[in-house]
Design a protein around this ligand. Structure first.
Ligand SMILES: NC(=O)C1=CN([C@@H]2O[C@H](COP(=O)(O)OP(=O)(O)OC[C@H]3O[C@@H](n4cnc5c(N)ncnc54)[C@H](OP(=O)(O)O)[C@@H]3O)[C@@H](O)[C@H]2O)C=CC1
Ligand SMILES: O=C(CO)COP(=O)(O)O
Length: 331
Protein backbone atom coordinates (compact mmCIF):
# COMPACT_ATOMS: atom_id res chain seq x y z
CA UNK A 1 0.00 0.00 0.00
CA UNK A 2 1.28 3.50 -0.77
CA UNK A 3 1.04 6.50 1.53
CA UNK A 4 -2.01 8.69 0.97
CA UNK A 5 -0.73 11.78 2.75
CA UNK A 6 2.84 12.89 3.38
CA UNK A 7 4.09 15.94 5.25
CA UNK A 8 7.47 17.54 4.80
CA UNK A 9 8.85 19.59 7.68
CA UNK A 10 11.13 22.33 6.39
CA UNK A 11 10.49 24.58 3.40
CA UNK A 12 14.11 25.02 2.37
CA UNK A 13 15.41 23.73 -0.95
CA UNK A 14 15.30 20.05 -0.02
CA UNK A 15 11.97 20.09 1.79
CA UNK A 16 10.37 21.83 -1.18
CA UNK A 17 11.89 19.33 -3.63
CA UNK A 18 10.76 16.42 -1.42
CA UNK A 19 7.20 17.75 -1.36
CA UNK A 20 7.36 17.81 -5.16
CA UNK A 21 8.64 14.22 -5.17
CA UNK A 22 5.74 13.12 -2.97
CA UNK A 23 3.23 14.92 -5.18
CA UNK A 24 4.72 13.38 -8.33
CA UNK A 25 4.65 9.98 -6.62
CA UNK A 26 0.88 10.37 -6.24
CA UNK A 27 0.71 11.34 -2.53
CA UNK A 28 -1.21 14.26 -1.11
CA UNK A 29 1.69 16.40 0.09
CA UNK A 30 1.90 19.10 2.76
CA UNK A 31 4.94 21.37 2.96
CA UNK A 32 5.49 22.90 6.40
CA UNK A 33 7.32 26.24 6.63
CA UNK A 34 8.20 27.35 10.16
CA UNK A 35 7.77 31.03 9.23
CA UNK A 36 4.12 31.89 8.45
CA UNK A 37 5.20 34.63 6.04
CA UNK A 38 7.20 32.12 3.98
CA UNK A 39 4.26 29.70 3.92
CA UNK A 40 1.94 32.51 2.78
CA UNK A 41 4.34 33.68 0.05
CA UNK A 42 4.86 30.17 -1.30
CA UNK A 43 1.12 29.48 -1.24
CA UNK A 44 0.35 32.75 -3.02
CA UNK A 45 3.09 32.63 -5.66
CA UNK A 46 3.31 28.82 -6.05
CA UNK A 47 7.08 29.24 -5.92
CA UNK A 48 9.69 29.08 -3.14
CA UNK A 49 11.80 31.85 -4.63
CA UNK A 50 14.09 32.13 -1.58
CA UNK A 51 15.27 28.51 -1.73
CA UNK A 52 14.21 26.93 -5.03
CA UNK A 53 13.82 29.71 -7.59
CA UNK A 54 12.13 29.21 -10.97
CA UNK A 55 10.33 26.04 -9.92
CA UNK A 56 6.55 26.16 -10.16
CA UNK A 57 4.77 24.25 -7.43
CA UNK A 58 1.57 22.42 -8.43
CA UNK A 59 -1.77 23.57 -7.03
CA UNK A 60 -2.29 20.22 -5.24
CA UNK A 61 0.80 20.77 -3.06
CA UNK A 62 -0.49 22.32 0.17
CA UNK A 63 1.72 24.75 2.11
CA UNK A 64 1.17 25.45 5.79
CA UNK A 65 2.78 26.96 8.88
CA UNK A 66 0.42 25.00 11.15
CA UNK A 67 2.68 22.46 12.86
CA UNK A 68 -0.06 20.31 14.39
CA UNK A 69 -1.93 20.08 11.07
CA UNK A 70 1.29 19.14 9.26
CA UNK A 71 1.94 16.27 11.68
CA UNK A 72 -1.46 14.75 10.92
CA UNK A 73 -0.06 12.64 8.07
CA UNK A 74 0.68 9.02 7.11
CA UNK A 75 4.41 9.81 7.11
CA UNK A 76 6.49 12.82 8.18
CA UNK A 77 9.66 13.74 6.30
CA UNK A 78 12.13 15.83 8.31
CA UNK A 79 14.02 18.27 6.05
CA UNK A 80 15.33 20.99 8.35
CA UNK A 81 19.03 21.24 9.32
CA UNK A 82 20.25 18.45 11.60
CA UNK A 83 21.10 20.76 14.51
CA UNK A 84 17.40 21.63 14.90
CA UNK A 85 16.21 18.03 14.90
CA UNK A 86 16.04 17.54 18.68
CA UNK A 87 13.90 20.67 19.09
CA UNK A 88 11.62 19.37 16.33
CA UNK A 89 11.20 16.01 18.13
CA UNK A 90 10.40 17.70 21.43
CA UNK A 91 7.75 19.91 19.81
CA UNK A 92 6.33 17.03 17.76
CA UNK A 93 6.12 14.41 20.53
CA UNK A 94 2.72 15.34 22.00
CA UNK A 95 1.25 15.76 18.50
CA UNK A 96 2.58 12.60 16.83
CA UNK A 97 -0.01 10.47 15.04
CA UNK A 98 0.31 6.90 16.35
CA UNK A 99 1.84 4.63 13.73
CA UNK A 100 3.14 7.36 11.43
CA UNK A 101 6.79 6.82 10.46
CA UNK A 102 9.44 9.53 10.54
CA UNK A 103 11.72 9.82 7.50
CA UNK A 104 15.05 11.54 8.15
CA UNK A 105 16.02 13.60 5.11
CA UNK A 106 18.59 15.87 6.82
CA UNK A 107 22.28 14.97 6.61
CA UNK A 108 24.13 15.75 9.81
CA UNK A 109 25.22 14.68 13.29
CA UNK A 110 24.19 16.54 16.43
CA UNK A 111 27.13 18.71 17.45
CA UNK A 112 26.63 18.59 21.22
CA UNK A 113 26.04 14.85 21.59
CA UNK A 114 27.64 13.25 18.52
CA UNK A 115 24.37 11.37 18.02
CA UNK A 116 22.91 10.35 14.68
CA UNK A 117 19.39 11.60 14.08
CA UNK A 118 17.76 8.19 14.52
CA UNK A 119 19.47 7.95 17.92
CA UNK A 120 17.98 11.32 18.90
CA UNK A 121 14.58 10.13 17.65
CA UNK A 122 14.84 7.01 19.82
CA UNK A 123 15.30 9.27 22.86
CA UNK A 124 12.92 12.09 21.98
CA UNK A 125 10.22 10.32 19.94
CA UNK A 126 10.20 6.83 21.47
CA UNK A 127 8.23 4.19 19.62
CA UNK A 128 8.19 6.03 16.28
CA UNK A 129 9.43 3.97 13.28
CA UNK A 130 12.35 5.75 11.60
CA UNK A 131 13.76 5.61 8.07
CA UNK A 132 16.45 7.65 6.32
CA UNK A 133 16.25 9.05 2.80
CA UNK A 134 19.65 9.90 1.38
CA UNK A 135 21.86 9.61 -1.71
CA UNK A 136 23.07 11.92 -4.49
CA UNK A 137 20.23 14.37 -4.97
CA UNK A 138 20.66 18.09 -5.45
CA UNK A 139 17.28 19.64 -4.69
CA UNK A 140 17.24 21.81 -7.79
CA UNK A 141 17.91 18.87 -10.14
CA UNK A 142 15.23 16.79 -8.43
CA UNK A 143 12.78 19.69 -8.67
CA UNK A 144 13.54 20.08 -12.38
CA UNK A 145 12.60 16.42 -12.84
CA UNK A 146 16.13 15.33 -13.82
CA UNK A 147 16.93 11.61 -13.38
CA UNK A 148 17.94 10.83 -9.80
CA UNK A 149 18.52 7.67 -7.73
CA UNK A 150 18.19 7.83 -3.95
CA UNK A 151 18.56 5.43 -1.02
CA UNK A 152 15.83 4.71 1.52
CA UNK A 153 16.92 2.77 4.60
CA UNK A 154 15.11 1.39 7.64
CA UNK A 155 15.34 -1.77 9.72
CA UNK A 156 11.68 -2.40 8.85
CA UNK A 157 11.70 -3.79 5.30
CA UNK A 158 7.95 -3.27 4.86
CA UNK A 159 8.34 0.44 5.65
CA UNK A 160 11.16 0.73 3.10
CA UNK A 161 8.97 -0.91 0.42
CA UNK A 162 6.07 1.42 1.22
CA UNK A 163 8.24 4.54 1.06
CA UNK A 164 9.89 3.39 -2.17
CA UNK A 165 6.54 2.79 -3.84
CA UNK A 166 5.09 6.07 -2.58
CA UNK A 167 7.98 8.32 -3.58
CA UNK A 168 9.14 6.82 -6.88
CA UNK A 169 8.07 8.33 -10.16
CA UNK A 170 9.42 8.48 -13.71
CA UNK A 171 12.65 10.36 -12.96
CA UNK A 172 13.11 9.37 -9.32
CA UNK A 173 14.29 5.86 -8.55
CA UNK A 174 14.74 4.82 -4.92
CA UNK A 175 16.82 1.82 -3.83
CA UNK A 176 16.05 0.17 -0.51
CA UNK A 177 18.28 -0.93 2.35
CA UNK A 178 18.04 -2.00 5.97
CA UNK A 179 21.22 -0.16 6.95
CA UNK A 180 19.95 2.94 8.73
CA UNK A 181 23.27 3.50 10.54
CA UNK A 182 25.48 3.32 7.44
CA UNK A 183 23.07 5.46 5.42
CA UNK A 184 22.99 8.18 8.05
CA UNK A 185 26.74 8.19 8.67
CA UNK A 186 27.48 8.34 4.93
CA UNK A 187 25.07 11.23 4.29
CA UNK A 188 26.33 13.28 7.20
CA UNK A 189 30.07 12.78 6.80
CA UNK A 190 30.29 13.35 3.03
CA UNK A 191 29.59 17.03 3.73
CA UNK A 192 32.92 17.31 5.55
CA UNK A 193 34.81 15.92 2.52
CA UNK A 194 32.84 18.22 0.21
CA UNK A 195 34.28 21.12 2.23
CA UNK A 196 37.74 19.52 1.94
CA UNK A 197 37.40 19.27 -1.84
CA UNK A 198 36.14 22.83 -2.05
CA UNK A 199 39.14 24.01 -0.04
CA UNK A 200 41.48 22.18 -2.43
CA UNK A 201 39.81 23.53 -5.56
CA UNK A 202 39.50 27.06 -4.16
CA UNK A 203 43.18 27.10 -3.26
CA UNK A 204 44.19 25.85 -6.71
CA UNK A 205 45.50 22.48 -5.50
CA UNK A 206 44.02 20.79 -8.56
CA UNK A 207 41.88 17.85 -9.61
CA UNK A 208 44.39 15.20 -8.50
CA UNK A 209 44.08 16.53 -4.95
CA UNK A 210 40.31 16.39 -5.16
CA UNK A 211 40.33 12.76 -6.39
CA UNK A 212 42.70 11.85 -3.55
CA UNK A 213 40.42 13.53 -0.99
CA UNK A 214 37.33 11.75 -2.33
CA UNK A 215 39.03 8.36 -2.29
CA UNK A 216 40.74 8.68 1.09
CA UNK A 217 37.61 10.39 2.44
CA UNK A 218 35.64 7.31 1.41
CA UNK A 219 38.15 5.14 3.30
CA UNK A 220 37.71 7.32 6.41
CA UNK A 221 33.91 7.42 6.37
CA UNK A 222 33.79 3.68 5.70
CA UNK A 223 35.92 3.01 8.79
CA UNK A 224 33.62 5.22 10.87
CA UNK A 225 30.42 3.68 9.53
CA UNK A 226 31.66 0.11 10.11
CA UNK A 227 32.75 0.98 13.66
CA UNK A 228 29.29 2.41 14.29
CA UNK A 229 27.58 -0.74 12.97
CA UNK A 230 26.94 0.23 9.33
CA UNK A 231 27.59 -1.97 6.31
CA UNK A 232 30.37 -1.78 3.73
CA UNK A 233 27.94 -2.06 0.78
CA UNK A 234 26.08 1.05 1.94
CA UNK A 235 29.31 3.03 1.74
CA UNK A 236 29.90 1.71 -1.78
CA UNK A 237 26.34 2.61 -2.79
CA UNK A 238 24.24 5.70 -3.44
CA UNK A 239 24.30 7.02 0.13
CA UNK A 240 28.09 6.58 0.33
CA UNK A 241 30.17 6.77 -2.83
CA UNK A 242 27.29 8.22 -4.87
CA UNK A 243 26.67 11.23 -2.64
CA UNK A 244 30.36 11.75 -1.93
CA UNK A 245 31.16 11.97 -5.65
CA UNK A 246 28.22 14.29 -6.34
CA UNK A 247 28.87 16.67 -3.48
CA UNK A 248 32.65 16.77 -3.96
CA UNK A 249 32.37 17.45 -7.70
CA UNK A 250 29.99 20.35 -8.07
CA UNK A 251 29.88 23.92 -6.80
CA UNK A 252 26.09 23.41 -6.68
CA UNK A 253 26.91 21.79 -3.31
CA UNK A 254 26.68 24.38 -0.54
CA UNK A 255 29.37 22.50 1.37
CA UNK A 256 31.73 22.42 -1.56
CA UNK A 257 31.08 26.05 -2.49
CA UNK A 258 31.73 27.11 1.11
CA UNK A 259 35.05 25.24 0.92
CA UNK A 260 35.89 26.95 -2.38
CA UNK A 261 35.30 30.38 -0.87
CA UNK A 262 37.42 29.53 2.17
CA UNK A 263 40.13 28.11 -0.11
CA UNK A 264 40.15 31.46 -1.90
CA UNK A 265 40.83 33.16 1.42
CA UNK A 266 37.40 34.30 2.63
CA UNK A 267 36.87 33.87 6.39
CA UNK A 268 34.22 31.36 7.47
CA UNK A 269 32.28 33.93 9.51
CA UNK A 270 31.92 36.21 6.45
CA UNK A 271 30.69 33.35 4.28
CA UNK A 272 28.12 32.22 6.85
CA UNK A 273 26.93 35.79 7.43
CA UNK A 274 26.15 36.14 3.72
CA UNK A 275 24.16 32.91 3.40
CA UNK A 276 20.68 31.79 4.30
CA UNK A 277 21.28 28.21 3.14
CA UNK A 278 22.81 25.54 5.35
CA UNK A 279 26.23 23.88 4.89
CA UNK A 280 25.86 20.94 7.29
CA UNK A 281 29.56 20.02 7.19
CA UNK A 282 30.43 23.08 9.28
CA UNK A 283 28.58 21.78 12.35
CA UNK A 284 28.98 18.10 11.55
CA UNK A 285 32.81 18.25 11.37
CA UNK A 286 33.35 18.58 15.15
CA UNK A 287 30.69 15.93 15.80
CA UNK A 288 32.41 13.53 13.38
CA UNK A 289 35.73 14.02 15.13
CA UNK A 290 34.18 13.46 18.57
CA UNK A 291 32.50 10.28 17.31
CA UNK A 292 35.73 9.08 15.66
CA UNK A 293 37.64 9.59 18.93
CA UNK A 294 34.93 7.74 20.85
CA UNK A 295 35.07 4.79 18.41
CA UNK A 296 38.86 4.82 18.02
CA UNK A 297 38.72 5.57 14.29
CA UNK A 298 41.44 7.54 12.51
CA UNK A 299 40.10 10.32 10.24
CA UNK A 300 43.02 12.59 9.30
CA UNK A 301 41.27 14.48 6.48
CA UNK A 302 38.18 15.19 8.59
CA UNK A 303 40.49 16.31 11.42
CA UNK A 304 42.26 18.74 9.07
CA UNK A 305 38.95 20.17 7.88
CA UNK A 306 37.83 20.60 11.48
CA UNK A 307 41.04 22.48 12.38
CA UNK A 308 40.66 24.75 9.33
CA UNK A 309 37.00 25.45 10.11
CA UNK A 310 37.13 25.88 13.87
CA UNK A 311 40.71 25.61 15.14
CA UNK A 312 42.53 28.36 13.31
CA UNK A 313 44.40 25.82 11.12
CA UNK A 314 45.84 27.04 7.84
CA UNK A 315 45.01 25.24 4.61
CA UNK A 316 48.67 25.18 3.51
CA UNK A 317 49.84 23.64 6.78
CA UNK A 318 47.03 21.06 6.82
CA UNK A 319 47.73 20.03 3.22
CA UNK A 320 51.40 19.66 4.09
CA UNK A 321 50.55 17.58 7.19
CA UNK A 322 48.34 15.22 5.21
CA UNK A 323 51.00 14.70 2.55
CA UNK A 324 53.72 14.14 5.17
CA UNK A 325 51.86 11.39 7.05
CA UNK A 326 53.80 8.08 7.30
CA UNK A 327 53.63 6.04 4.10
CA UNK A 328 51.24 3.11 4.36
CA UNK A 329 49.36 0.43 2.46
CA UNK A 330 46.11 1.55 0.82
CA UNK A 331 43.40 0.20 3.12
N1 LIG B 1 19.49 21.08 -0.75
C1 LIG B 1 19.80 19.85 -1.12
O1 LIG B 1 20.10 19.61 -2.30
C2 LIG B 1 19.76 18.73 -0.13
C3 LIG B 1 19.72 18.97 1.23
N2 LIG B 1 19.70 17.94 2.11
C4 LIG B 1 19.66 18.15 3.55
O2 LIG B 1 18.39 18.69 3.91
C5 LIG B 1 18.51 19.47 5.11
C6 LIG B 1 17.85 20.82 4.88
O3 LIG B 1 18.59 21.45 3.87
P1 LIG B 1 17.96 22.45 2.79
O4 LIG B 1 16.53 22.21 2.56
O5 LIG B 1 18.86 22.39 1.62
O6 LIG B 1 18.10 23.83 3.56
P2 LIG B 1 18.24 25.29 2.92
O7 LIG B 1 19.65 25.67 3.00
O8 LIG B 1 17.59 25.33 1.58
O9 LIG B 1 17.37 26.16 3.90
C7 LIG B 1 17.70 26.33 5.25
C8 LIG B 1 16.56 25.74 6.04
O10 LIG B 1 16.89 25.79 7.41
C9 LIG B 1 15.75 26.28 8.11
N3 LIG B 1 16.12 26.84 9.40
C10 LIG B 1 16.92 27.88 9.65
N4 LIG B 1 16.97 28.10 10.98
C11 LIG B 1 16.18 27.17 11.56
C12 LIG B 1 15.81 26.88 12.90
N5 LIG B 1 16.26 27.59 13.93
N6 LIG B 1 14.97 25.84 13.12
C13 LIG B 1 14.50 25.11 12.11
N7 LIG B 1 14.81 25.35 10.81
C14 LIG B 1 15.64 26.35 10.56
C15 LIG B 1 15.22 27.33 7.17
O11 LIG B 1 13.93 27.75 7.56
P3 LIG B 1 13.55 29.32 7.43
O12 LIG B 1 13.40 29.61 5.97
O13 LIG B 1 12.30 29.41 8.17
O14 LIG B 1 14.70 30.10 8.05
C16 LIG B 1 15.26 26.53 5.88
O15 LIG B 1 14.18 25.65 5.79
C17 LIG B 1 20.01 19.55 5.41
O16 LIG B 1 20.33 18.59 6.37
C18 LIG B 1 20.67 19.17 4.08
O17 LIG B 1 21.93 18.56 4.26
C19 LIG B 1 19.70 16.64 1.68
C20 LIG B 1 19.71 16.36 0.34
C21 LIG B 1 19.75 17.38 -0.67
O1 LIG C 1 23.30 16.41 -0.02
C1 LIG C 1 23.25 17.01 -1.07
C2 LIG C 1 23.12 16.34 -2.37
O2 LIG C 1 22.93 14.96 -2.24
C3 LIG C 1 23.34 18.48 -1.08
O3 LIG C 1 24.62 18.86 -0.71
P1 LIG C 1 24.89 20.32 -0.12
O4 LIG C 1 24.14 20.42 1.17
O5 LIG C 1 26.36 20.41 0.03
O6 LIG C 1 24.37 21.29 -1.15
Amino acid sequence: MTLAQVSVIGAGAWGTALALIATRGGCRAFLHARRPELAATIAATRCNAAYLPDIELPAELAVTADFAAALDADAVLYAQPAQHFRAFCQKARPLWRIGAPLVLCAKGIEQESGLLLHEIAAEALPGVAVAALSGPSFAIDVARGLPTAIAIAAPDGALVERLMRSLSHGALRPYGSEDLVGTEVAGAVKNVYAIACGLAIGAGLGDNARAALITRGLAEVTRLALAKGGRQETLMGLAGLGDLVLTCSSPKSRNMSLGIEMGQGRPLADILAGRRSVAEGVTTAPAVLALARQLGVEMPIAASVERILHGGGSLAAEAENLLARPLKRES
